[in-house]
Design a protein around this ligand. Sequence first.
Ligand code: GDP
Length: 359
Amino acid sequence: MTIGIVGLPNVGKSTMFNALTKNQVLAANYPFATIEPNVGVVPLPDERLTRLSEIFSSERILNATVDFVDIAGIVRGASEGEGLGNQFLANIREADAICQVIRGFVDDDVVHVDGKISPADDIDTINTELILADLQTLEKARPRIEKEVKGKRAPAEQLTAIDAATEILEGGRTLYQAMQADKFDVSALRELQLMTVKPFLYVFNVDDEVLADEDKKNEMRALVAPVEAIFLDAKFESELAELDEEEAREMLESTGQEESGLDQLARVGFDTLGLQTYLTAGPKESRAWTIPKGATAPRRPESSIPTSRRASSRPKSYRSTISTRTVRWLLRSPPARSGWKARTTSWSTATSWSSGLTS
Ligand code: GDP
């Protein structure tokens, strides 16, 4: 599953995407991830894996991953084919979620396409293009579906859903906003591949002062609520991604940040895609596996697994499912773990361990 990065020109998309690709996982460790030039496959941070790898003396750690796709720039009029309009819309259709980068930094040397820095207007411009594209799709589909409903080849709810969606979009809201705020049900519209039903996340590319200014951040949060906003300084993240782990931690600490913006982005992105992990550990590797939220292990999101690999991408021989309590104990009391460890072999632990467990 992928997250498409969109945003107006000169907001820092490429800078952020470059930082993501510098930060990306080694292809050799992830044989079933296709790493293409416009895709950044980044690790989902998980301290529990580090602890598990210490406990089991694992040879390697395999984090879950989040795929970000760099989507060519959007400009006003994209829905009518302006700029790279059509290509842009086709790329968005393929993404499972949309990450909009919004410019919050001020720099007179970097022009803003609209001549002023206004996060609210930027969000509006992108939303408007996606809304217009969806309205076109609905308008095109309506006569066909009306015929099908008359001929009893489609359920009447489909037509009702088209009209309700049209009304929401004409009111200037995305369908995702309506899903979030009013539990608008889009199930009858699935075949139309609408763009504004996709989950959104927002990255505000800001400078130091804004990062430290909760009031300013709250103003920006209010623009996208209830969707979570991420604040980062793309230039800084790009520099951070070039350092080794130790140096990066020092640099982060010096700025008073606990987590890098890219780590936050990976976490929120993973959550937005509706995914969770479960963990396995042994001497060979400590690993986070991706499953849809609410699913039991081991089930990966089918759409992201090439058919030929579906069976083989599961852990082959894990022996027992251990309880959350045992995992907690293992993590809390490393000295007591050796006896337990001796009774387990290679794929020794598997637990459906949702993100709720953090300590
Ligand atoms: P894109 O068109 O959205 O891909 O934007 P780019 O990533 O190419 O950035 C446009 C310009 O803004 C470049 O000159 C970047 O160096 C600069 N830039 C990007 N992020 C920041 C930032 O956080 N602060 C400042 N001051 N400049 C930035």
